[in-house]
Each structure stands twice: as structure tokens, then as C-alpha cells.
Ligand binder design. Structure first.
Ligand SMILES: [Zn+2]
Length: 237
């Protein structure tokens, strides 16, 4: 009888471990602020929509929305929901539109035409685009007063740090102005963050209530024009 009892005990211990694991999982969901993520393919009858369904899919997209949100909170040093933008859901709709993608509020719109025409690994490209757009959902915009180039630069900075910088991006040190936007500003912000790790998180936090170029000097002790000169000099520009 002893072996049976031992076996039962093992089963009970395993069951207890499963219960604890489930409880931790549920607690993890609650700690994430109960944000919901959804993805819809509203262009499934088009060639691009069909490619989305075949090569990317709504299940993968939902996972990227969730992973990218967690990555934003980490990058912005916002471990608690109270410090984040009050957003309870992030949605993605694939539509028969031009361009690449855009975000309005908590809604991301991805172009099925872009998906259909892209030559290369569309799954990785879509993930990179979604990291950029998800950043727009979570970043502060200085009450609408922030420099547009900086807003796009922060979105591409998050994409860069997540490992989704495409091969065609400019290299570090390239560009004419710090607020040129996108990859140019993302690379510059990466330089600023290397001077003081957590710089981008601090900059984003300051952008909750308004905006001034002086935020760079307040955090790094040098104004943004001087930082850009130093950055260009470092790469021989
Ligand atoms: Zn953008």
C-alpha cells in the first residue's frame, strides 16, 4: 500500500504546485493593470488581408500588443498601473488603407496594402511597426505640445531597444537635426540614454504635464543643441 500512498502524495503535491502556479498567473494578470488586447482583420477579402491572416495572424498580433505594452512600461520605468497613461484596452484593426499604420488614442490601424506589398519577413516587420504604434498609445505627449519629431523618435527608440530596428534605418550619428524624427531621433535618444541610463523614462515622465526642450538640460545638464553637437562629434560628423 505504501507505493500507492506515496504516489497519491506526489499527485497531491503536483496539484498544489499547479494551484500555486495558477494563482501566480492570475495575480500577474491583475498586476498588469487588467489591460485587454484585441486584434481584428477587417480586410480579409483583400490580398494584403489574406497575407496578414496567413503570415501574421490575429493571435500573434494580440501577443505583440501585450508584449510591446509591457516593454513600454519597462522602458518608461512604470511598474505600477498608477504611473501609466489610463488606458484599459489596446486594439488593432487591419484595414484596406494606404500608408503603413497610424494610432489614434488606443486604436492602432495597420494597412493591409502595406502588408500585401512588403517584400521580406512581414511577421518581423509587423512586430516592429506594432512596437512603434503601441508606444504612441502609452507615451506622454506633453499635453499635445511636444515636438512631433521627438514623439516619433521615442516610438522608434522603443522599437530599437526591443530589437526590431530594420536594416534600412540610418546608422548612429546620421541625420541633420536632433528632432528630425523616427530613426535619426531614436539613435540620438539612445546616445542620451547611454549618458544617463533611464533618461528616456525621465523625459517621458516630464512630458506628462507639458513640454520644453529644456527637459534635456534638466536631466543631463546640457542643452539639446549641445548634446546633438557632442553626438555628431562622437561619430565624426
Ligand atoms: Zn509614429
Amino acid at each position: 500500500m505504501a507505493p500507492t500512498l506515496s504516489s497519491d502524495m506526489t499527485t497531491m503535491r503536483r496539484a498544489a504546485v499547479v494551484v500555486v502556479a495558477l494563482a501566480s498567473l492570475l495575480a500577474g494578470v491583475a498586476a498588469a493593470g487588467a489591460v485587454t488586447f484585441s486584434a481584428t482583420n477587417a480586410a480579409s477579402s483583400t490580398a494584403g488581408g489574406k497575407r496578414f491572416g496567413r503570415d501574421i495572424g490575429v493571435a500573434y498580433s494580440r501577443r505583440v500588443l501585450s508584449d510591446a505594452s509591457s516593454f513600454c512600461w519597462k522602458t518608461f520605468s512604470q511598474p505600477n498601473p498608477g504611473s501609466r497613461k489610463p488606458v484599459s484596452s489596446v486594439t488593432l484593426v487591419v484595414e484596406d488603407i494606404g500608408g503603413v499604420a497610424f494610432t489614434s488614442g488606443n486604436g492602432i490601424h495597420l494597412s493591409a496594402q502595406y502588408v500585401g506589398g512588403y517584400s521580406g519577413d512581414i511577421k518581423t516587420e509587423a512586430a516592429g511597426v506594432l512596437y512603434h504604434e503601441v508606444t504612441h498609445v502609452w507615451q506622454w505627449d506633453g499635453q499635445g505640445k511636444a515636438n512631433g519629431g521627438l514623439i516619433e523618435g521615442i516610438a522608434d527608440y522603443v522599437r530599437l531597444k526591443a530589437g526590431y530596428a530594420p536594416g534600412h534605418w540610418g546608422k548612429p550619428g546620421q541625420g541633420d537635426r536632433w528632432d528630425q524624427g523616427y530613426d535619426v531621433t531614436a539613435r540620438f535618444l539612445d546616445y542620451c540614454d547611454s549618458l544617463k541610463p533611464g533618461f528616456v523614462a525621465q523625459l517621458n515622465a516630464k512630458m506628462k504635464g507639458g513640454y520644453s526642450d529644456d527637459f534635456f538640460a534638466q536631466i543631463l545638464g546640457k542643452n539639446v543643441q549641445q548634446l546633438w553637437k557632442d553626438y555628431k562629434a562622437k561619430y565624426g560628423g
